[in-house]
Design a protein around this ligand. Structure first.
Ligand code: FMN
Length: 231
């Protein structure tokens, strides 16, 4: 696979889309509430089926954020397992997809200098998911009212809108699907009802240009692999 996305245009949108990457190392510089609200407003401009605009974005702060992180880390370190609210990966994972998964892990751990067999090093990084990578802004994305897959599709568009809006302001973001592994714990910690599905987290803030993890560069497959023509 090529190292860079095979995008050939250079208009402002192409630049944004090409330059956005998952950011997992942040400067401590806070974001003010207005900035976060504006990003969320922009995210909500995403289209949705019948304009239902599913989901909620929770801004987790202060002791609530800390308590959630503490409990997630504890559950994960104790090996606790829950059933997720929604399935993500195909089971079994086809070999072609497994290769992409492995390549993205190699990009990440390669940037961190963590060897494949260094379990402790990988675990130490993985734990950072539950700290929202120490980003100044920690978001939780939820969805209720028993939406089906369409709701997740709508939310995905909003999430990408949020990422690009952040990127256009020089901010970085990373979706955190790892949180979806502990839906019950999150609901209980935040006092959410059983009907609230835990979709993912998101870290937002100013990227730390010196953080090795931010040198992670993933690739995309060639168009031949995912575009089909039928005449
Ligand atoms: C829905 C979703 C969930 C994700 N969950 C995680 C996560 O839990 N931890 C993590 O480090 N990255 C997570 N990522 C980031 C992906 O690994 C990343 O988007 C992918 O490897 C492509 O790299 P890029 O975003 O830098 O282009 C997630 C991305 C998406 C879209």
């Amino acid at each position: 696979m090529p190292r860079n996305p095979p995008v050939i245009s250079n208009d402002p949108f192409a630049q944004l889309a090409r330059e956005r990457r998952s950011v997992r190392g942040f400067l401590p510089t806070p974001l003010n509430d207005d900035t976060v609200l504006e990003l969320l407003r922009l995210a909500r401009l995403a289209p949705s089926g019948a304009n239902l605009q599913p989901g909620h974005f929770w801004v987790l702060r202060g002791p609530v954020r800390q308590r959630l992180t503490d409990r997630l880390v504890h559950a994960w370190k104790s090996g606790e397992q829950e059933t997720e609210d929604y399935g993500y990966f195909p089971r079994p994972m086809p070999l072609a997809l497994k290769r992409r998964q492995v390549a993205s892990a190699q990009a990440l751990y390669g940037a961190l200098g963590v060897a494949r067999e260094d379990r402790a090093g990988r675990d130490a990084h993985f734990e950072r998911n539950f700290h929202f990578f120490d980003a100044p802004v920690a978001l939780l994305v939820t969805m209720e009212h028993a939406f089906g897959s369409g709701g997740y599709m709508d939310l995905g568009m909003a999430l990408y809108g949020l990422m690009l809006a952040a990127q256009s302001r020089g901010l970085g973001s990373c979706a955190i699907g790892a949180l979806a592994s502990y839906p019950g714990l999150i609901r209980q910690t935040l006092g959410l009802g059983d009907h609230v599905h835990i979709v993912c987290g998101m870290a937002l803030g100013h990227p730390d240009p010196d953080a090795p993890v931010n040198q992670t560069i993933t690739s995309r497959c060639e168009t031949e692999e995912y575009v089909r023509y039928l005449d």
